[in-house]
Structures are given as structure tokens and as C-alpha cells.
Design a protein around this ligand. Structure first.
Ligand code: DQA
Length: 145
């Protein structure tokens, strides 16, 4: 049972910088993740928020809500949110960080992730497919009890 979280501005997929993020929408991404979940025999819940605190609360509650792993694209919070980092570090579920664009090929400030070090791993630059690969990895993980 996987939780897929998208952070600030990802509700603007399809509208924002299509040359960087493509023309598909958040809804397309979420439907795709649900379809991949079905292929992997995993139930998937997708949530998006532009509010840091909302993301923190979803992470805090994830284990008690029965999730077994979290895929997160924290958007720009990746680059500076120690609160998000602490929320990930402070809970036991495996977390994989995903970026649609190749953050290392972009502006300098995007090269730093303050969250990746407390995740099991980071996938960047593979478009929506990164979410699928993260889901596959988490499906292989033994649930934390
Ligand atoms: C992003 C990369 C971030 O640098 C940016 O702030 C985003 C999206 C990505 O998916 O490529 O909002 O996380």
C-alpha cells in the first residue's frame, strides 16, 4: 500500500514549463501511478499539496494509515526544507525521492537535495517513469511493522 506525494507546483504539470516537465497533467500522472500500482498488485493513494505542513502531516500519519512505502516528489522543497527532511527521517517507512526533470542538469540550486540523504534513494530525470521505478522498488521492500 503505497503513498505517492507531490509537492508545490506539481498541480501545474502540463501548464508550467512544458519544455521541462512535459505536457501531461498531474491527473495523468496520478492515473498512471494507479495503473502501475494495479500491475504491481499494490494499492496506491496519490496526494498533492502546495503546503509544506500538509505534506509533513501526511508523512507523519502514513504508517498508522497502513502505508508500506512513500514515493515523494517534494518539488522545490527538496532544495531547502529541513522540516521535510526531519519528517522523512522521523518515520520508519521507506521513502524514494523522485524528480521528473534531471535536477543535476539544471540550475545550481537544484543540485542540492536536503531530503535525499534520508530517503532510500533518488530518481531524477526519467520523467513519469521515475515514479514507476520507485514504486517497483518499494513493492520489493519488506513492510515495517
Ligand atoms: C522537480 C524539480 C524541482 O527542482 C522543482 O522545483 C520542481 C519539480 C522535478 O520533478 O523535476 O518543482 O521536483
Amino acid at each position: 500500500m503505497l503513498l505517492v506525494l507531490n509537492g508545490p507546483n506539481l498541480n501545474r504539470l502540463g501548464l508550467r514549463e512544458p519544455q521541462v516537465y512535459g505536457s501531461l497533467t498531474l491527473e495523468d500522472l496520478e492515473r498512471q501511478c494507479e495503473a502501475w500500482g494495479a500491475e504491481l498488485s499494490e494499492s496506491v493513494t496519490c496526494r498533492q499539496s502546495n503546503f509544506e505542513g500538509q505534506l509533513l502531516e501526511w508523512i507523519h500519519e502514513a504508517q498508522e494509515q497502513g502505508f508500506t512505502g512513500i514515493v515523494i516528489n517534494p518539488g522545490a522543497l527538496t532544495h531547502y526544507s529541513y522540516a521535510l527532511r526531519d519528517a522523512i527521517a522521523g518515520q520508519p517507512l521507506p521513502v524514494v525521492e523522485v524528480h521528473i526533470s534531471n535536477v543535476d542538469a539544471r540550475e545550481e540550486f537544484r543540485h542540492r537535495s536536503v531530503t535525499a540523504a534520508v530517503c532510500h534513494g533518488k530518481i531524477s530525470g526519467l520523467g513519469f517513469l521515475g515514479y514507476r521505478l520507485a514504486m517497483e522498488y518499494l513493492t520489493e521492500q519488506v513492510p515495517v511493522t
